[in-house]
Ligand binder design. Sequence first.
Ligand SMILES: *Cc1c(COP(=O)(O)O)cnc(C)c1O
Length: 457
Amino acid sequence: MSNEKIPYKIYLSEEEMPKAWYNMRSDMKNKPAPLMHPGTHKALTAEELTPIFCEELVKQELDEDTAFIEIPEEIREFYKMYRPSPLVRAYCLEEKLKTPAKIYYKFEGNNTSGSHKLNSAIAQAYYAKKQGLKGVTTETGAGQWGTALSMACSYFDLDCKVYMVKVSYEQKPFRREVMRTYGASVVPSPSETTEVGKKILSEHPGTTGSLGCAISEAVEVATKNPGYRYVLGSVLNQVLLHQSVIGLETKAALDKYGIKPDMIIGCAGGGSNLGGLIAPFMGEKLRGEADYRIIAVEPASCPSFTRGTFAYDFCDTGMICPLAKMYTLGSSFIPSANHAGGLRFHGMSTTLSQLYHDGLMEATSVEQTSVFEAAEQFARVEGILPAPESSHAIRVAIDEALKCKETGEEKTIVFGLTGTGYFDLVAYEKFHDGEMTDVIPTDEDIAASVAKLPKVE
Ligand SMILES: *Cc1c(COP(=O)(O)O)cnc(C)c1O
């Protein structure tokens, strides 16, 4: 097919869409370390996890052997409403950069939630429904996950309670209204509706909340109300599993034209979109069938991979969630007010952490003004207004393409364009007004929060 021009958009037919998710852990020699009980420091069992999470999702969380897990028919039908997502050849960007590199991006912003998060939200809602639950609880920071989950819950007639960090609740009223359109109840966190919320409010009156606090509230409500479970939009193995649909589609589309990427680039917050995008490629790498450069991109303000420590840590600021072995800045680390809300997590997926530790992938960090420069450059030629999170991947893809221009190499670059930025226009405004700053933590800042890591032998 070498003489055939690659189309701007490579689509798959419905028949060509993946019928099973791929579990990267099945091919890993060094498995990610198990989630640990914060009190006993023993690996958490299914019995201990089922009061918090849905049964089937607990199974997926703990399954490190099954390579392919069938995507239930109902979820595949839902996927067909907005998938397959296009794999776009960025001809216009290549032209603008005058690079010999071939750039492709997988665009996940083609649904109302505006991000890839719906891929896992619909799966988690499906298993909650199948278990006969009444509803689910969750937290949301920037709002993409809350929106995705609201959509998924309304589809399956489940009640959805979203604890939204108060500052976002007030600053992003439009996100909130989208969630309410899908029937979710959205509570600003901290709130008077939970014990932990009341405690935090009495200790810190006037606080605008944090993700860690919202998690604590959502978990409390899920465990205290019969028929409810808590769901999470990133970090967990089950979420990476569901997101593998991104990578499987990408690989199927590339295979149609015999294209082998040289590098695969994605932004990393908790690691779910990146883990999903790279899944089948990493599988080949792990089995020794192919080699790819895989690059995680994180904000310089929250550099978990590049400046964090590989250790057991709490997943939440409230220190009630299980311990996970991951690259972490410490659960008490508070990143500066970076505009990529989805990348402000102190830790990282345990699976990606192990892969990074074993030298199977790279990581780099970028500053937000350079991220917005790349976002604007991309928007002007490719016609999509990218989310600030996604623009981290754009930045590095452009940098790599410019390196190719210097060396004359025709490398093939694939990156994940996780979402759109319509709800992030305040950030774009700051950028255009020249008011955007880059606050990078000092070594002392990081050392201080890392010193507070739980002591685990
Ligand atoms: C949540 C989010 C991310 C980061 O989350 P991961 O779990 O690391 O993928 C990236 N991009 C967008 C648009 C998001 O909403």
